[in-house]
Design a binder for this molecule. Sequence first.
Ligand code: A3D
Length: 320
Amino acid sequence: MARPKIALIGAGQIGGTLAHLAALKELGDVVLFDIAEGTPQGKALDIAESGPSEGFDATLKGTTDYADIAGADVCIVTAGVPRKPGMSRDDLLGINLKVMKAVGEGIRDNAPDAFVICITNPLDAMVWALQKFSGLPTNKVCGMAGVLDSARFRHFLATEFNVSMKDVTAFVLGGHGDTMVPCVRYSTVAGVPLPDLVEMGWTTQDKLDAIVQRTRDGGAEIVGLLKTGSAFYAPATSAIEMAEAYLKDQKRVLPAAAFCDGDLGVSDMYVGVPTVIGAGGIEKIMNIKLNKNEQEMFDTSVKAVQGLVEACKGIDETLA
Ligand code: A3D
């Protein structure tokens, strides 16, 4: 059986890391696409030359021609520009919307059967626009943010409790922005919810609140340290987790920016929700119950995403 084909649209910091991880995990053959002539070809060759030492057989090809992504099983989109210090994700909207149009059409014309994972910011609005521009089914187009935000939350919690990352489950709902909703009640250490751990004296409410805020600011913290761009190792790892769930039909329960059609009270919009990812793409959205406080935070987050979607419609009339 032929190896799966993984097309990475954007060969920058995240794109290069995605290619390396996909090859190391032998998820399939990799095509790196970018408009910057030389960058995708150089990165593909560099990573391919690590194959003999690592012992992987995946092929890597760099290209500036969309024809090379033909028949891709998975497309991961990072094309666009990242944040610089002082910028919000929303500041990227105008530039990256134009990029989504070109990418959406490129995928539509060359890889219409692919499972598409968008990473470009502002995430929830860009994945919405990408689905519209590409015309692919909504269950085959999603955005990566929740896996990363949840991983950051889990990392901070495991460090605070001094327990294995493996035993900390957590998830984050809503838009990938300052209004994201880390779900404290649904986050656990080996099944024990965080509020119980506060009662048990494992941490204090103040410390937990600070961790929630640090999770919300997780992207900005890295941007502030790097100064020249945004996070790329953990974002790439998170998207690879989603791609693997699709390619291996793992039915993983992962938070993702998924198209909501009445789910969690949201309609005709992409927002971060718990999903099941398998061979059918986004196979299911878990319609979890939120309490009053969580619902208010979720509504605020949804409203922020809605504002960005409206801004997209204002910029490109074909989206209206
Ligand atoms: P960067 O290293 O600048 O790579 C972006 C690449 O896109 C560059 O190589 C560009 O040449 C290329 N590009 C630009 N326009 C096009 C086009 N029309 N077609 C194809 N390629 C193009 O950025 P990065 O890899 O660090 O980040 C990529 C995106 O991911 C940015 O928008 C970030 O804001 C976003 N990001 C999202 C998250 C989430 O959790 C959602 C996390 C981190 C970064």
